[in-house]
Write a protein that binds this ligand. Structure first.
Ligand SMILES: Cc1ncc(COP(=O)(O)O)c(C=O)c1O
Length: 451
């Protein structure tokens, strides 16, 4: 029995899996933030190149991955699937635990799976520069690398708390040639307004998105790139789950439960959607999104139309949301601090096709340390939410004396997150109370729409 289940480069998927034709029921329309009417492809052209807009609305189940993108994927794909034997032994569980490890990418997470095709399609369209936001810095570094590979300039608005907590992520982006601003920044109207309201603002993903969208919309040679949430981003990430299915097959097992952490939804969807497709085909696999208790979009949010960003510049989508101007507490899993969730994940949750669980950060770090001490890899704080979920499943299997096959996504390594581990190991990591009042206030400001 092998510990690492590996595929060869020829087995990198040739197509992305688009879940839209397999959804239970049609998706809600995407609305223009100004008119509150459904957006047209033309509305999106200042922000994205046409091939990405077409992917956003495509109903084709399989979409071919361009040769140049597959070629770039070969730098790190296929990624390994591990059997977590040492973790199983430490937990004394009869469960078999597998994890798909995306930390072997050049930037250390799943994010280049979409950064590469986004830069590629923009290069084809003649875009000169991409503007984007980043939470933890994983997306920003991935788009910085992708822009370097396809000859584009790159501007990144980095949520200020991460800019401070993770200075080396900023250095990585600069190494690949990107210009990086802490958000809120004085560079944009959205940033200036936020700084005027609160000069000490720690920032949020929603606010950084506003800055990047404004930058792209006000410069003709610049497009916007988003690292999660949108259909085309989730589509690109499905290479993860498609490979994992082949690898589980090679291991001779079928997962009973698939878990992944959830920020905006691309990591979760990448691993989970190919398995959600099995549910439609009659398999009883459970699929679980794991999120932070202090930014509990899926477990405590409402399913409603809301803006994708704080300054109301991004389209309005129907999603689980905590309110577009909700500022989540400064947890170390910066990539999970988003007020909303992707429309596709939200649709599946509302339809009862997937489950969601929320965990405070201390038990997640405890799980990450158990994982690092058994499997060796230092997980990204975001990924630790999936580890917490997987450990709970394994412990339940032990208590019930039941065999169970658990697959989870280890979306990234945490080697640039050591300040967070320092805080945990020295007993200084705080758990934030569920910010009920702030969420209630933010939800009172949802847009009123007729759909
Ligand atoms: C390592 C890691 N895992 C997961 C996530 C969450 O990703 P998503 O927004 O795609 O759900 C992030 C986001 O930055 C991340 O950096």
């Amino acid at each position: 029995m092998e510990t690492k289940i590996l595929l060869g480069e020829k087995q990198i998927p040739t197509h992305w899996y688009n879940i839209i034709p397999d959804l239970p029921g049609p998706l809600a329309p995407v609305l223009h933030p100004g008119t509150l009417k459904p957006v047209t492809p033309d509305d999106l052209l200042p922000l994205f190149p046409m091939p990405l807009i077409q992917q956003e609305v495509s109903t084709e189940r399989w979409i071919a991955i361009p040769a140049a993108v597959r070629d770039a994927y070969r730098l790190w794909r296929p990624t390994p699937l591990y059997r977590a034997r040492r973790l199983e032994a430490a937990l004394k569980t009869p469960a078999h635990i597998y994890y798909k490890y995306e930390g072997v990418s050049p930037t250390g997470s799943h994010k280049p799976n979409s950064a590469i095709p986004q830069a590629y399609y923009n290069q084809l369209a003649g875009t000169r520069r991409l503007a984007t936001e980043t939470g933890a810095g994983q997306w920003g570094s991935s788009i910085a690398l992708a822009c370097r590979m396809f000859g584009l300039a790159c501007t990144v608005y980095m949520v200020k708390i991460s800019f401070t907590q993770k200075p080396y992520r900023k250095s990585m982006m600069q190494l690949w040639g990107a210009q990086v601003f802490p958000s809120p920044s004085p560079e944009t109207n959205a940033g200036r307004a936020a700084l005027a309201a609160d000069p000490d603002s720690q920032g949020s993903l929603g606010l950084a998105i506003s800055e990047a969208v404004e930058d792209a919309a006000t410069h003709d040679d610049t497009h916007y790139a988003l690292g999660s949430v949108l259909n085309h981003v989730l589509l690109h990430q499905t290479v993860v789950g498609l490979e994992a299915k082949e690898q589980m097959k090679a291991a001779g097992e079928d997962p009973d439960v698939v878990l992944a952490c959830h920020g905006g939804g691309s990591n979760f969807s990448g691993l989970a959607f190919p398995f959600v497709a099995d549910r439609a085909a009659g398999k009883a696999v459970r699929v679980v999104a794991c999120e932070p208790a202090s930014c509990p979009t899926l477990t405590k949010g409402v399913y409603a139309f809301d803006y994708g960003d704080a300054a109301k510049l991004a389209p309005i989508v129907k999603m689980y949301t905590l309110g577009h101007d909700f500022m989540p507490p400064g947890i170390h899993a910066g990539g999970l601090r988003y007020h909303g969730a992707s429309p596709l994940v939200s649709h599946l949750l509302a339809a009862g096709q997937i489950e969601a669980r929320a965990y405070p950060q201390t038990p997640c770090f405890e799980a990450a340390v158990t994982f690092a001490r058994t499997e060796g890899i230092v997980p990204a704080p975001e990924s630790s939410h999936a580890i917490r979920g997987a450990i709970e499943e394994a412990e339940r299997a032990r208590e019930e004396g039941k065999q169970r096959v658990i697959l989870f996504g280890l979306s990234g390594h945490g080697q640039l997150d050591m300040a967070a581990y320092d805080a945990y190991l020295s007993g200084h990591l705080e758990d934030f109370a569920y910010p009920e009042e702030k969420i209630r206030a933010s939800l009172s400001r949802l847009p009123k729409v007729d759909f």
